[in-house]
Design a protein around this ligand. Structure first.
Ligand code: ADP
Ligand code: MG
Length: 238
């Protein structure tokens, strides 16, 4: 579960081509980071995978199934939004339970899943609080909890830490990596931060103006950058 394949995926907004036709394979259980400068198409690529944008041409497959044109809810993926997307008037419990209530799951089943997600995320003692009574890191964990309960085949993160301060970003990086070790679910993580990419990724996809410049492990990119863009962006001497 969680294998994602892009075949000649192209995305244009009107006359402007943002993704020029890319091929990419994301393997089951991988932690993949899309990295590149602002405006290079990272969010667009993630939104195409999530189904929040339609491809102009090309095919997206999830676990061998062609999902091109399929609604986001049918794809079995979960997008993790920044923590400010929480409902301020709802308890942590109800924020996490929200997608399951929408799916009309039984209260007993919801309770079980919320309890398990809270355990994994160290939120057990905070379930009756409201988001405003939590730290920034705890709020970010609630946002992740809302994705976990849906048991997605992959988690999609779009710069989830960009509104946190530097110290907290470091802690949350470790927590998300630890979560990946525990769940072993495919994760795609978008960032413009090279340090996040180098410390978190199994596989880095370097994007530049919608093109993939290189795909490889952090060590590969550092030791054997394919071109000057990658070398300059990753910051290794060449
Ligand atoms: P990144 O996430 O890497 O910063 P984006 O994927 O948000 O980049 O944007 C890539 C390019 O596509 C940018 O030039 C942006 O202006 C353009 N773009 C993104 N979404 C839209 C849209 N809905 N309509 C028109 N242009 C868009
Ligand atoms: Mg973006």
């Amino acid at each position: 579960m969680g294998q994602i394949i892009l075949k000649k995926v192209n995305k244009s907004f009107g006359e402007t081509q943002v993704i020029p036709g890319i091929d990419l394979t994301i393997n089951e259980g991988e932690f993949v980071v899309f990295v590149g400068p602002s405006g290079c198409g990272k969010s667009t690529l993630l939104r195409l995978i999530a189904g929040l944008e339609d491809t102009t041409s090309g095919i997206i497959e999830i676990d061998g199934r062609d999902v091109t044109g399929e609604a986001p809810a049918k794809r079995g993926l979960a997008m993790v939004f920044q923590s400010y997307a929480l409902y301020p008037h709802m308890s942590v419990r109800n924020n996490i339970a929200f997608p399951l209530k929408m799916a009309k799951m039984s209260p007993e089943a919801i309770d079980k899943k919320v309890t398990e997600a809270a355990r994994v995320l160290n939120l057990t003692n905070y379930l009756e609080r409201r988001p405003g009574q939590l730290s920034g890191g705890q709020r970010q964990r609630v946002a992740i909890g809302r994705a976990i309960v849906r048991e997605p085949s992959a988690f999609l993160f779009d710069e989830p830490l960009s509104n946190l301060d530097a110290a907290l970003r470091g802690t949350m990086r470790l927590e998300i990596s630890e979560l990946h070790h525990q769940l072993k679910t495919t994760m795609i993580y978008v960032t413009h931060d090279q340090v996040e990419a180098m410390t978190m990724a199994d596989k880095i996809v370097v994007l530049n103006a919608g093109n993939i410049e290189q795909v490889g492990s952090p060590l590969d990119l550092y030791n054997k950058p394919d071109n000057l863009f990658v070398a300059g962006f990753i910051g290794s001497p060449r």
